[in-house]
Design a protein around this ligand. Structure first.
Ligand code: NAI
Ligand code: MG
Length: 338
């Protein structure tokens, strides 16, 4: 998978904590699928900061920008006011404005489209001993492009616009812009206050098909959706810009289980499949998704799903199934949801 040629160049960031563990699994599955990629390792994150005092150098961002896409594990972001979030810097630096998160387990079939560059993650902050503020930035351009992305992805499904415009007046612009875009695109839509959306997602998760939300609301609702779908460890994401994309499981570095070989690798494996799909290799992407469902149904599950398998056992089961499917065996078992 690593020699040059016309293969797409992909920056590989393993990261901290369980990041390297789940990325190893994703690589094993990509290898089994015969994916043709030219991987460029890039080291960023907390581990590097502790070792060198620098979490990410400008050259690292450049290296990521020069690749077609990025496959990313997870990194630790300490709550230290002097530490700048590397992920925010990458999302902003590569202008990866659309964070796409599919949830398809436990009967859910939901796509969350999260604005990824502004809102409460604007980075415009004043930190004082007695008063700290963070500026919530909503722009017409930012709202328009995320609404357009959601409308492109809606494909006949009803779009739910999530907001809190009754209290946060900045959300009036977001809501209005999303409505305008959906109306012009002929996309059926509704809107819902974020607290009601959280409640309804627990009460009746199948009610929602596709949601568009500002940065923080999308972040929180997607962990909620992950909980409803069974585990954070199952869930994948893509961060899209107009020319670049970064693929990562939605979970973090999980320091509580790091190094124990029990992290669920499915989110990372599915992220790799999303990447192949984006690269135009939808056949391999589908094969990997089917193999994941097959492995989960067969009981290859890590402890977060109540199973007894290790990370490597799940990866090996998925990789084995991918090989079987790729060679024409295996029937159709594995389609649909777990
Ligand atoms: P987390 O997502 O790392 O973990 C939350 C809980 O879910 C933990 O109990 C963890 O053990 C469990 N979990 C997460 N992924 C799992 C997996 N694959 N298999 C099994 N269990 C899993 O969130 P937390 O603990 O709030 O953050 C830890 C660190 O990760 C922090 O430094 C945070 O800033 C960072 N983080 C990084 C992200 C990224 O790189 N994209 C995203 C979210 C958090
Ligand atoms: Mg999050």
């Amino acid at each position: 998978m690593s020699e040059g040629g016309a293969r797409p160049r992909i920056a590989l960031v393993k990261g901290d904590g369980i990041g390297p563990e789940v990325i190893e699994s994703a690589l094993a599955v990509l290898e089994a699928a015969g994916a043709e990629l030219d991987l460029v390792p890039v080291e960023v994150g907390y581990g590097r900061w502790k070792r060198t005092g620098l979490a990410m150098a400008p050259e690292d961002l450049e290296a990521m920008g020069e690749c077609r896409g990025v496959l990313f594990g997870a990194i630790t972001t300490p709550s230290d006011p002097s530490y700048r979030s590397v992920l925010l810097a990458i999302r902003k630096g590569l202008d990866l404005y659309a964070n796409i998160r599919p949830f398809q387990d436990a009967g859910m079939d939901l796509l969350i489209v999260r604005e990824n560059t502004e809102g409460l993650y604007s980075g415009v902050e004043e930190i004082g001993a007695d008063r700290s503020t963070t500026l919530r930035v909503i722009t017409r351009m930012g709202s328009k492009r995320i609404a357009e992305a959601a409308c492109r992805l809606a494909k006949g499904r009803k779009l739910t616009i999530v907001h809190k415009s009754n209290v946060l007046k900045s959300d009036i612009l977001f809501l209005r812009t999303c409505r305008e875009v959906a109306g012009a695109a002929g996309v059926e839509h509704e809107d819902m206050l974020v607290d009601a959306a959280a409640y309804n997602m627990v009460k009746d998760p199948r009610r929602f098909k596709i949601m568009v939300a500002t940065n923080l609301f999308g972040d929180i609702l997607s962990d909620l959706a992950a909980g409803v779908s069974g585990s954070l460890g199952l869930c994948a994401s893509a961060n899209f810009g107009d020319s670049h994309a970064l693929f990562e499981p939605i979970h973090g570095s999980a320091p509580d289980i790091a190094g124990r070989g029990i992290a669920n690798p499915v989110g990372a494996i599915r992220s790799a499949a999303m990447m192949l799909d984006w690269l135009g290799d939808d056949e391999r992407a589908r094969t990997i998704d089917e193999a994941v469902i097959w492995a989960l149904r067969r009981g290859y599950r890590t402890p977060d799903l109540g199973g007894r398998c290790g990370t490597a056992d799940v990866a090996a089961a998925v990789a084995g199934r991918v090989e079987e499917l790729a060679s024409g065996g295996g029937g159709s078992e594995g389609k649909g949801a777990i």
